[in-house]
Design a protein around this ligand. Structure first.
Ligand code: N01
Length: 539
């Protein structure tokens, strides 16, 4: 690929990824700002995470009415959600509708994977190259809308190639689905994905064996159809609901709770947990007590409540014991929510294997071999997650000013300013990058804020005839330090989660998202602009 051409770049903006972020970025850049813009997308359709994750039981853990775009009131008024939590097919249909409604597809190049992005330091533009092609695309600005959870993590178990059955990763599920009937299925992984898939696969398979390394705290989702009356009420109040989401710490329209777990008696605390357990979903964490993620004793009250629930739901005490989380405070790994997860362990066709005690040693032609036995299987499902937040960007050969490689700059963990830019990589923006609240929020809220900030920044540059914007090493280091200190004030670092990269062998242990809240973060981003793009140098 040549970086030497002095011809004008082909596009104002090239956007990598056609998920929630990339689609909105395209609409904003092209339709509202009149820029030339192109999206490059690996899949053959829009939707990002909702395009790839078609596994059985895939459903959003945020409620439909606020897990959606807020930028178009016509869209939110006209779209009808069928249930409290939208299933994967419905979200994909929604995103397809958005693509049609805003005529996005004509500027999306599908089935193209960006392999490289190199910056031309003299002329201030980027050249992007693709997997398996000599074609290149040039642009003044690049927006990495690659998603936080898009690079799959498939453990490198010896012998996988020898397996005689079929195996799948939940993050690349076949479009035609998988027929489990009459099959012996093994499921590896009990994060949010494994917990959603378990009951659905168990209902269909002859036998389901779940290989669990870490038991999780899961709260019932209590999914239900969205009735016409509730839907009408939501629509009548949408402006206020969206405002609440924008002003909240995590992008949810939940009540802000100030009370501490120690402010109430044991009975009262229990009845608060009980009511929230009945309500279901993330409110259990968000609307109970404000100190669950900062105070171990407060956390223990919630953790013990959930452990007791697990003991009550799972009939076999030995199985229940294996399912009790023991090595992380509640809410310090991404909290899953479920439909009938624990009840599934009461089925005769389900078994639970503790692979912390007896680790998986190999995949054999016939199944999974652990330290204490071999489990014959017809199908293996890897619900083993993602190389989160940094993986999707490091999977591209990104080289900034002076040919510096992102992979070298991030060797010890991600370094960004506000999760929006990396020093040394001018004109390259990231949507919900590491160092921003991102995965700790209701994602569309964080995505819209980032896309709008980036768009306004490009508009500002165009207005002032500027061609280059980059953050400084000093401002980046101060931000990285601040992100790390904010995390250290919480219980988050205690968990071996993907938030710290612990799920990927060899990955640097750095707490990647910004915990102080979307409200605090939004204010900081606004201040940066008010102070003339403080922390950035423009030319
Ligand atoms: O992935 P995970 P996920 N041997 O990394 C285990 C979002 N999401 O796909 O905990 C054995 O959480 C691993 O064990 P351990 C959400 O943000 C959203 O479930 O590392 N086991 C763990 O149990 C979520 O957090 C929704 O010890 C191995 C599991 O695999 C994120 O996606 C739905 C292993 C991976 O859990 C990722 O969730 C689903 C090994 N070598 C997901 N390696 C919605 O809202 C890994 N594991 C719709």
């Amino acid at each position: 690929m040549s970086n030497e051409s002095s011809a004008a770049p082909q596009y104002d903006v090239v956007i990598i990824g056609a998920g929630f972020s990339g689609m909105y970025m395209l609409h904003r850049a092209r339709d509202l700002m009149g820029l030339s813009a192109r999206v490059i997308e690996a899949g053959d359709g829009v939707g990002g995470t909702w395009y790839w994750n078609r596994y059985p039981g895939a459903r959003c853990d945020s409620e439909s009415y606020y897990y959606s775009y807020s930028f178009s009131s016509e869209l939110e008024q006209e779209w009808k959600w069928s249930s409290r939590y939208p299933g994967q097919p419905e979200i994909l249909t929604y995103l397809d509708h958005v693509a049609d409604r805003f005529d996005l597809r004509r500027d999306i190049q599908f089935e193209n994977t960006v392999a490289s992005a190199h910056f031309n330091d003299a002329e201030n533009y980027w050249t992007l190259g693709f997997d398996g092609s000599d074609e290149t695309v040039t642009a003044r600005f690049v927006v990495g809308a690659v998603g936080c959870l898009s690079l799959r993590n498939t453990p490198n178990f010896p012998g996988l190639d020898s397996f005689k059955g079929d195996w799948y990763h939940t993050g690349a599920w076949p479009h035609e689905g998988v027929d489990f009937s009459g099959k012996r299925v093994g499921l590896i992984g009990t994060g949010s994905t494994g917990i959603q898939a378990t009951p659905v696969i168990a209902a269909e398979a002859d036998h389901l064996t779940i290989f669990q390394r870490t038991p999780n705290f899961s709260i019932p989702a209590r999914n239900a159809p969205l009735d016409a009356e509730t839907a009408a009420e939501i629509k009548a109040n949408y402006a206020e609901i969206r405002q609440r989401c924008r002003e909240s710490g995590h992008g949810f329209p939940f009540e802000t709770i100030e009370r501490l777990a120690s402010d109430v008696s044991d009975e009262e605390r229990n009845s608060i947990y009980e009511a929230l357990w009945e309500q279901g979903g993330f409110r259990f964490l968000a609307e109970s007590f404000s100190d669950l993620r900062t105070d171990q004793e407060a956390n223990d009250t919630a953790a013990n409540f959930i452990r007791q629930k697990i003991r009550e739901m799972v009939k076999d005490p030995e199985v229940a014991e294996k399912l009790l989380p023991f090595n992380h405070p509640y809410g310090t790994k991404r909290p899953p929510i479920d439909t009938d997860y624990y009840d599934t362990f009461n089925r005769d066709n389900v078994s639970l294997i503790d692979v912390r005690k007896a680790p998986i040693e190999a995949i054999t032609p016939d199944g999974v071999k652990t330290a204490d036995g071999e489990y014959p299987l017809d199908v293996i499902v890897f619900a083993t997650g993602f190389d989160a937040m940094t993986g999707p960007l490091l999977n591209i050969d990104i080289r900034g000013a002076g040919g510096v490689r992102l992979a070298d700059v991030w060797e010890g963990g991600p370094r960004t300013y506000l999760g929006l830019q990396v020093a040394g990589f001018p004109n390259f923006f990231t949507v919900t990058g590491p160092g921003s609240p991102s995965v700790l929020t209701n994602m569309p809220v964080a995505i819209e804020q980032h896309v709008e900030w980036i768009s306004d920044c490009i508009a500002h540059m165009n207005e002032h005839g500027l061609t280059r914007i980059e953050t400084t090493d000093e401002d980046q280091e101060a931000w990285v330090q601040h992100v790390s200190e904010a995390a250290d004030e919480t219980l988050f670092p205690k968990a071996n989660s993907w938030y710290v990269g612990a799920n990927v062998p060899g990955k640097s242990r750095v707490f990647m998202p910004y915990v102080a809240g979307m409200d605090v973060y939004r204010e900081k981003c606004n201040e940066v602009v008010a102070n003339g793009y403080e922390g950035f140098v423009t030319a």
